[in-house]
Design a protein around this ligand. Structure first.
Ligand code: WT7
Length: 661
């Protein structure tokens, strides 16, 4: 580094606030600071503007129906179709030749695939016709178990077209995880693929899907997309109830399917996510409110314009991919870029190569990726011209100021606002973040709540905490993108999200997302992390109970406790403390069976970083495992008071084992 650079770096590290660049503000979709007051004064009608971003067959009667709290309804009696909004409307508006999806496969010697809106319409129609011919009717749940290939959004939109809710299961999840989700949703249809590419090698995905299907407790029909190139395929014979995507689509060549008019409150999709118990939660999102939320936040926060090429590096198997690769960007008629592979294949500059080649305007990624980029070094982005970028975004977990500043400087060239967006699967879209054309940025803090979003940080009694103090994040007014319930489980919906801070007697309903946070004098919120038994590995939510039950299922394991320990790239990593059964040895063979057990039950993403054998777990006198203590051990932190333990002597032993490894 030159002396100038060192000085510059030091200045950047000290700077705590950043104004949005003038050049950005001038062209921003939202630049009027009055928007916050206007939305407050005009709530909930302020959300009409979001609904106006959509095309409706029939307009709604009421913006918000809160007659049955907390089962809120938005845009009641409005009729629309999400596939029409993401595809056909742009053709009707004369933009059929514009690019909808730009797809980059992982192999560098493979041609990219470009779908104009007109081409996307053709493909979505043909697949919708095929699904219907296979018996898929309105409200039948179709499971989509696919990686980052164009057929993923095509399948989602085909489902939306015929009013069949989709349930996308992340392709990295295991066969068991697929079966659990198909059973929970009573889903009789599966769309999957033969395989995909990871770090240059073809991966057999159908084998995993088939294993999953063997655990499904009802009859199913499967469609298999041919992703692998000739010569890379694996040997699989399709069963009678399995069909080739290519065959089906050619059988329905040129067919058109009239989009089904869905009620605003009809389910658009289900998405399973981890919670405190072992059973994943089926988060239900609707057609009107969700789509309006995805579109409005894409416009206001990501500043998406139809002429942009927008790149979100998330996977379609997570909510980020649903809202901010598919539904939001396509509703706005932009070009959404999808990349199949990892950021470090074939080299660590792959994303920067893509940004340069496709002249991307926005990049939306996760802190875990940014920390990896930082570790790899700025020489990788420096090899490329990233000047097309206008805005950067991050989501999934708190971002530390150092990583924020690195992103701002080395990717954004100090000329792009960075939006740190806090939200969840359940919220449907962004909730807390700066409006990039209006608000200054404070690295490490996501920002104020969006206009019209009522976030308050409260103590255990529900009283607002003073600026600077830690408390719990709550949302005190409903919003259009909110989940409507947990699939087939209204009781759990209430107990998970509404019980903690609501006062039903006085009709005061408060949503609790189970995050800790603090707020400063300017109303900027710093999210501190989950307060439930959920850990956040690389921005992905994993329930400790789910992992524990997988470990306890392994032969030779008597008891297990799983906690998150901090990790410099993943954010958090899985630490498993295991008690063996009598007669079993604490050895590497058992250790690898435990790791395998977790991979089989959930997927490689939940793989324990460390498996620590111990004769006992630290327990309170009432028999509760002291997780906090296990977390402190994993992090090498001070242990604090252990006097309430029944077995304080065990703590030192466990600590010694962790630091030995
Ligand atoms: C949990 C939600 C939102 C899509 C991806 C994850 C954490 C998310 C941030 C952020 C701090 C964040 C929270 C939240 N989280 N974004 N910008 N700053 N924490 O969705 O799997 O539903 O996880 O991720 O803990 O509750 P998810």
């Amino acid at each position: 580094m030159t002396e100038d650079n060192v000085e510059l770096e030091a200045r950047l590290q000290e700077q705590e606030e950043f104004e949005p660049p003038e050049s950005f503000v001038e062209q921003a979709n939202v630049s009027d600071p009055e928007i916050y007051d206007e939305f407050d004064e005009n709530w909930p009608e302020c959300w009409e503007g979001a609904a106006d971003l959509l095309e409706w067959y029939e307009s709604y009667d009421q913006v918000l129906d809160d007659s049955d709290e907390p089962f809120y309804k938005w845009f009641t009696d409005g009729k629309l179709n999400a596939s029409y909004n993401c595809v056909d409307r742009h053709i009707d508006e004369g933009r059929g030749d514009e690019t909808a999806i730009e797809w980059v496969g992982e192999p560098t010697d493979e041609d990219n695939r470009t779908y104009t809106y007109a081409e996307l319409q053709k493909e979505v129609n043909e697949f919708a016709a095929a699904l219907r011919a296979q018996g898929v009717g309105e409200d039948d749940v179709v499971t989509i178990y696919m990686p980052m290939i164009p057929e993923s959004p095509i399948a989602m939109l085909a489902c939306a077209r015929i009013g069949a809710p989709h349930s996308v299961v992340f392709a990295g999840f295991s066969a068991d995880a697929l079966a659990t989700r198909m059973n929970a949703a009573d889903s009789e249809y599966l769309v999957t693929c033969d395989g995909y590419y990871r770090r240059g090698d073809p991966l057999d995905h159908l084998d995993k899907a088939n294993q999953g299907l063997s655990g499904v407790d009802h009859d199913t029909t499967t469609v298999v997309v041919e992703r692998l190139r000739d010569g890379d395929g694996f040997d699989h014979d399709l069963d009678d109830d399995q069909h080739s995507y290519a065959d089906l689509v050619s059988d329905h060549e040129g067919e058109e399917v009239e989009p089904v008019q869905r009620d605003a409150e009809d389910m658009l999709f289900l998405m399973y996510t981890s919670g405190t118990t072992g059973q994943p939660k089926g988060v239900k999102h609707t057609t009107g409110g969700y789509l309006a939320w995805a579109a409005w936040t894409s416009q206001a926060v990501l500043d998406i314009k139809p002429e942009d090429t927008y790149f979100c590096s998330a996977d379609i198997g997570w909510i980020t991919g649903h809202s901010y690769i598919v539904y939001g960007p396509l509703t706005l008629g932009t070009t959404s870029l999808m990349y199949e592979g990892t950021p470090d294949y074939p080299d660590r500059d792959r994303l920067w190569e893509i940004v340069e080649e496709y002249e991307c305007d926005q990049l939306y990624t996760a802190p875990t990726a940014i920390r990896a980029f930082m570790k790899w070094g700025s020489q990788y982005p420096e090899k490329h011209d990233l000047s097309s970028l206008r805005l950067l975004g991050t989501v999934g977990e708190p971002i530390n100021p150092r990583a924020w500043k690195w992103y701002y400087k080395h990717i954004g060239g100090e000329e792009c606002p960075v939006v740190d967006t806090w939200w969840q699967t359940e919220t449907g879209g962004m909730m807390v973040t700066t409006l990039p054309g209006v608000k200054k940025m404070k690295p490490g803090s996501a920002g104020p709540a969006l206009p019209g979003v009522d976030v308050r940080i409260v103590d255990a009694e529900g009283e607002e905490v003073d600026a600077g103090n830690a408390g719990y994040l709550t949302v005190q007014k409903p919003w259009p993108g909110m989940l409507r319930t947990l699939y087939n489980n209204d009781d759990r919906f209430i107990s998970e999200y509404w019980q903690a801070y609501s006062d039903p007697d006085s009709d005061n309903w408060v949503y609790f997302p189970e995050d800790g946070a603090k707020i400063d004098e300017d109303g900027y919120i710093t999210v501190l992390g989950r307060v439930d038994d959920v850990i956040n590995v690389s921005g992905h939510r994993l329930g400790t109970m789910e992992i524990e039950s997988a470990i306890v299922g392994v032969e030779g394991v008597a008891e297990a406790a799983v906690v998150g320990g901090s990790h410099d790239v993943k954010g958090e990593a899985v630490y498993a403390y295991v008690i063996t059964e009598d007669g079993y040895e604490e050895n590497d063979e058992l250790r690898s069976r435990i790791v395998e057990g977790v991979e089989d039950a959930i997927g490689p993403i939940a793989r324990p970083e460390q498996v620590v054998f111990t004769p006992e777990l630290p327990k309170t006198r009432s028999g509760k495992i002291m997780r906090r203590l296990l977390e402190n051990i994993a992090n090498g932190d001070e242990l604090g008071d252990t006097s309430t333990l029944r077995n304080p002597e065990i703590v030192g032993d466990i600590e010694a084992k962790v630091s030995d490894d």
